[in-house]
Write a protein that binds this ligand. Structure first.
Ligand SMILES: NC(=O)c1ccc[n+]([C@@H]2O[C@H](COP(=O)([O-])OP(=O)(O)OC[C@H]3O[C@@H](n4cnc5c(N)ncnc54)[C@H](O)[C@@H]3O)[C@@H](O)[C@H]2O)c1
Length: 343
């Protein structure tokens, strides 16, 4: 065990949204480091089964509650030393574009959680922010090699839907609370995360699901030219824990690879690896989000010594293996179209 790992031994940690895809992977890592973990989640998109092994082993306490209720938030947060705040009204591209009011509800959720953290004397808050805080107008040309650096989030702000605006307001609130009240914090800007326990409303899992149910023609949203830096969940989890260890002043940091991957190339890799040869049907009118979104991760390298460990092709293969081993075709087929735009 390293000195940093031992700092988690017996530490009282709360993970909001801890039954989610990323949240539950974070819980695995914190339990592995010996933390005393409590999860609070209203299970609106999180699943109890994601943390079931820890619950059955008595290693994690679970509170099923809606953190938008101020008294509840206060009660659950009291006594925590570190709070990882991942609870959010959030889904994939189809969800954030088609559910603006619901995502704006995160303004209230984050405000209540941060206020409760301050009032109850939490030592450190880590916020799951997003690449959606970056200006849309810088992400429109796939032919341009652009890496988004943290400092370009500034006037004129141009976030990605109400979801991105709420994440930016969350970051700004924490930065102000660090300066004015001494509440220690860090914001992690996650970039399009994928891996085991991911959901079909996110692009990579949707592609894998289409191959799994042998959808032919295989539908691709947009032209397929969109560029992303899909980042494997274990890298996101390690970066989040490192941010908790090394950042105090509310600095926002990118957690994302610098691999530029076109949607169409990801689709081809899914088809190759699964041995599926469908016709492709492009749907240019479906939501695609920004056409060119890739992080610069040098600040995370400098402040956290963080470097993503899992190249996209390898992470994709691992995720396909997980999906094919754990899903049932009839079940996936049943609500597939709804899953693409819901949470
Ligand atoms: N998946 C990505 O690519 C990605 C990218 C950037 C940021 N994020 C952020 O990471 C976090 C985790 O996202 P995810 O993709 O693992 O899945 P997710 O969206 O399912 O996670 C949100 C979790 O919060 C819970 N929740 C929602 N509202 C709540 C409330 N009012 N009270 C209590 N719990 C509530 C949900 O049940 C769910 O478990 C979110 O904050 C999300 O915005 C995710």
């Amino acid at each position: 065990m390293t000195a940093q790992d031992s700092m988690w031994q017996g530490r009282r940690v709360l993970v909001t949204g801890g039954a989610s895809f990323i949240g539950s992977n974070l819980v695995d890592a914190l339990v592995g480091r010996g933390a005393e973990v409590t999860v609070v989640d209203d299970l609106t998109s999180g699943k109890r089964e994601n943390i079931a092994t820890h619950l059955d082993a008595g290693r994690v306490e679970f509170v099923n509650a809606d953190l938008r209720e101020q008294d509840v938030a206060h009660e659950v947060i009291r006594g925590s030393e570190t709070v990882f705040h991942l609870a959010a009204d959030h889904g994939g591209r189809g969800y954030v574009e088609l559910h603006q009011a619901a995502c704006a509800g995160n303004l209230m959720l984050d405000g209540i959680v941060f206020d409760a953290c301050r009032r109850t004397g939490v030592e450190k808050v880590i916020f799951a922010s997003s690449g959606c805080v970056y200006p849309n107008h810088l992400q429109t040309r796939p032919s341009e090699v652009v890496y988004l650096t943290e400092d370009i989030v500034g006037p004129p702000y141009d976030c990605d839907n109400t979801y991105g605006w709420a994440k930016l307001m969350g970051e700004m609130t924490l930065k102000a609370m660090a300066a004015d009240y001494g509440l220690r914090s860090a914001s992690c800007r996650y970039f399009t995360v994928y891996g085991p326990r991911g959901c079909e409303n996110h692009a990579v899992i949707a592609m894998i699901a289409r191959a799994f149910i042998e959808q032919d023609p295989f539908v691709v949203w947009g032209t397929g030219e969109q560029i992303r830096n899909w980042t494997y969940v274990s890298d996101i989890v390690e970066g989040t824990i490192l941010a908790a260890e090394h950042i105090d002043d509310g600095t926002a940091i990118n957690l994302g690879t610098m691999e530029r991957v076109r949607v169409i190339d990801a689709v081809r890799e899914v088809c190759d690896y699964t041995g599926f040869s469908p016709k492709l049907a492009f749907e240019p009118d479906m939501p695609t989000g920004p056409l060119n979104r890739v992080a610069d991760n040098s600040l995370a390298a400098q402040l956290l010594s963080w470097k993503p460990q899992v190249p996209f092709r390898e992470g994709l293969h691992r995720t396909i293996d997980w999906y094919f081993a754990n899903k049932d075709r009839a079940e996936v087929r049943k609500d597939f179209e709804t899953h693409l735009t819901e949470r």
